[in-house]
Design a protein around this ligand. Structure first.
Ligand code: SF4
Ligand code: SF4
Length: 124
C-alpha cells in the first residue's frame, strides 16, 4: 500500500504535513466512460471540499492544534489510507484495483471539486 502525499489543502481530509487523513482513498478516471491515459484524466474521488464551518475552525490561530496533528506523523507513524485505484493503464496498477507504488502524490491546489485533483504518480 503506498503512502500518500497530498497538496490539496482545500480537502476536508487534508492533514498538515501534506498528508491525507482519509481511511480509504479512491482514485478514478475523470470520465467514467474512458480509461485515463494521462495524469490529468485521473482524480481523487475521495476529495471533499472543506465546509465553511470547518474553515472557520481550521482558520483559528491555534498553534497547539496544528502541532498536535503534525506530531505523530513527524515521528514516523505515517498515515496510510487504503488506496483503491481503477486506472489499469498505470504501470503501478495491480489486480483487484491496487497500487504498488511506494508513494503517490495527489495534486490539486485550490481544488473545488474532485476533477481538480490528480494522481501525479500516474505513469504508463
Ligand atoms: S484530495 Fe484525496 S488524497 Fe488529498 S486529502 Fe483529500 S482525500 Fe486525501
Ligand atoms: S500511481 Fe497509478 S495505480 Fe497508483 S493510485 Fe496513482 S494512478 Fe493508481
Amino acid at each position: 500500500m503506498p503512502t500518500v502525499q497530498c497538496n490539496v489543502t482545500t480537502c476536508t481530509h487534508w492533514v498538515p504535513g501534506f498528508l491525507c487523513g482519509a481511511e480509504k482513498l479512491d482514485i478514478l478516471m475523470q470520465d467514467p466512460r474512458h480509461m485515463a491515459n494521462d495524469v490529468r484524466q485521473t482524480e481523487c474521488k475521495t476529495f471533499a471540499l472543506r465546509s465553511s464551518v470547518a474553515n472557520i475552525i481550521g482558520s483559528m490561530d491555534n498553534a497547539n492544534w496544528g502541532g498536535a496533528l503534525e506530531e505523530p506523523f513527524l515521528k514516523g507513524t505515517q498515515l496510510t489510507p487504503d488506496v483503491t485505484c481503477v486506472i489499469k493503464t498505470c504501470r503501478y496498477w495491480v489486480q483487484h484495483d491496487g497500487c504498488n507504488a511506494d508513494r503517490i502524490q495527489i495534486t490539486g491546489e485550490e481544488a473545488r471539486e474532485c476533477q481538480d485533483t490528480h494522481c501525479a504518480t500516474y505513469a504508463h
